[in-house]
Design a protein around this ligand. Structure first.
Ligand code: SF4
Ligand code: SF4
Length: 97
């Protein structure tokens, strides 16, 4: 049986969503998540000072272009405010909530 692109897309979104669910007192909550695509990040650091939670840093690792890319080191503290997303000139950041 073939799945349409839309169905595959929705399945992928459901998988991401369930990975971000956390249980507190038997109730499930969706946790915001910030991720950086290392391929598009040029390590400019503009996203770091704008984060009100101060949870972004440059990684020790480098991407294939030789840049230390940004990363969120405390996903649980992310409030999905999107300040980093707005600041990034290279659209390297994704916010899920
Ligand atoms: S969405 Fe807001 S809190 Fe989360 S990493 Fe980006 S700037 Fe920080
Ligand atoms: S603003 Fe964008 S390109 Fe610059 S370090 Fe942050 S994620 Fe990378």
């Amino acid at each position: 049986m073939f799945e349409s692109n839309k169905m595959v897309d929705n399945n992928a979104k459901d998988m991401v969503r369930s990975a971000n669910l956390t249980k507190i007192n038997d109730k499930e909550f969706f946790m915001p998540r910030m991720t950086v695509d290392p391929y598009y990040c040029k390590g400019c650091g503009l996203c770091i000072p704008v984060c009100p939670q101060k949870i972004i840093r440059l990684s020790d690792q480098i991407n294939e272009k030789g840049y230390h890319y940004a990363e969120c080191f405390d996903q649980e503290a992310c409030i999905a405010c999107k300040m980093c997303y707005i600041a990034c000139p290279d659209v390297a950041i994704t916010i899920e909530k």
